[in-house]
Ligand binder design. Sequence first.
Ligand SMILES: [Zn+2]
Length: 246
Amino acid sequence: MRNNLKKITEAGITLVVVSVFVLCYYVAKDINTVVTENAAVAVSTASNMLPDILLDAGHGGFDGGCVGVGGELEKDINLSITKSLYYLCDIFGYNTSATRLKDIAVNDSGIEGIYDMKQSDMKNRLEFFKSSDNAVCISIHQNQFTDAKYSGAQMFFSNKNPLNEKLALDIQQSVVANTQKENTREIKHADDMFLLTTENPSVMVECGFLSNAEECKKLGDKAYQKKMALSVFIGLNKFVKENYSA
Ligand SMILES: [Zn+2]
């Protein structure tokens, strides 16, 4: 786990410059303007007080997560969005780590059986979220429901840290403003989510519904994934700016 994280960090640094150019190419013009404004914020508040950013791309490896109407796997969409978010956080000055930046599960080796592997995988993700005393933790997922009509991103938060609700709200508002203007969903309280039991500020980002054909098509699109990552970053950066002092 530790070695993996070290490798992930090193790989991230080498890819930062490339990813920013790719990102700027793909995102809409108005989003680029917001990035420019946020860059100034991140640089001007840079200090030891800034939180580490701990990112989790949900599922991976043996665990595909939910499946889209066109066969899209949740784990792949989670990974793509998390990678873009990782590079953004990194280049704007945050000490950033991720559970995975490739298609792997993070369970301990030597464990057999899907159930036990999943238990170990989730335990390690929570341990990762607890690995820093000053971190903001974000887990990226896609949603699914039996009724295909439902759509829209939604942020889930627990009562474990008093800042959680603000974090969820800032990210929800940014995603709506920058990517899903039609989305009327509200942030949701969820104390039973295992990963949200960390003491650090944390949020579960459900980017949208793979069970909705129209939204699934968008979420599978690389440019839309980058736009989603950027929207999450803008909400995160606003949260840091307002709750951590230089
Ligand atoms: Zn999921």
